[in-house]
Design a protein around this ligand. Structure first.
Ligand SMILES: Nc1nc2c(ncn2[C@@H]2O[C@H](COP(=O)(O)OP(=O)(O)OP(=O)(O)O)[C@@H](O)[C@H]2O)c(=O)[nH]1
Ligand SMILES: [Mg+2]
Length: 193
């Protein structure tokens, strides 16, 4: 999608939001007029719960081997090898196909993406091959140093997807903690990167 098209979609979304806002206000007024505070209270409470019905699609992305699939398993309370768990690799690129993991309790799906910057998923093909723009939110998983590719992904979200957000997620902190002498200091540095 080009910049002009994406701007048009953003404007359309904003117009829809304004329209929705007007409809909500009208709904609240009608409820108050017909049933007073008790009806208004009910309709506001129902409205506050509306967001729970919308499924959140979170992309788990980053470098191959950074621990994306392991994070998904931990988040879903599963161990590698459990039924429905994501496949975790050793020393080789492992996740080759995007896979969806629906959370048992919350209305959200984590999408396990292949790693960026491998021969199969070079940076300049990554966004297209993973349909990157379809997701609502992004977790960029990094295990060691923040790489150019991590920054590239963060910029893609920040600069080109106005209404979307990302978190940087640091894994393998147990490796840092193994170096007992410096670990506290190192963890502080990582927190404030
Ligand atoms: N020490 C340590 N190892 C981890 C951690 N998370 C993942 N690993 C190990 O890192 C290796 C790669 O983990 P994966 O979860 O397969 O990584 P991935 O990012 O999904 O890799 P691809 O599917 O190839 O993109 C495995 O050997 C994991 O056991 C962690 O927090 N600490
Ligand atoms: Mg994986």
């Amino acid at each position: 999608m080009g910049f002009a098209a994406s701007k048009q979609v953003t404007e359309e979304c904003e117009q829809n939001e304004d329209l929705q806002h007007e409809k909500d206000v009208k709904k609240f007024q009608d409820a108050f007029e017909s049933g007073g505070y008790s009806d208004l209270h009910k309709i506001v409470s129902d409205n506050l719960d509306e967001w729970k019905k919308i499924e959140l699609n979170i992309a788990v992305t980053g470098k191959s081997g950074s621990g994306k699939s392991s994070f998904i398993n931990a988040f879903m309370n599963k161990k590698p090898g459990d039924e429905g768990a994501a496949e975790v690799g050793g020393f080789e690129e492992t996740t080759m196909k995007i896979k969806k993991y629906k959370h048992e309790k919350y209305n959200m799906c984590l999408w396990d993406l292949p790693g960026i910057g491998t021969a199969r998923f070079p940076r300049d093909e990554y966004l297209r091959k993973t349909s990157f723009t379809q997701f609502d939110f992004f977790l960029i998983v990094t295990a060691t140093r923040l790489s150019e590719n991590d920054v590239y992904l963060a910029k893609e979200v920040h600069e080109k997807m106005e209404r979307k957000r990302f978190f940087l997620l640091r894994t393998k902190l147990d490796d840092v903690s193994k170096e007992k002498k410096r670990s506290e200091e190192e963890l502080e540095k990582i927190r404030f990167l």
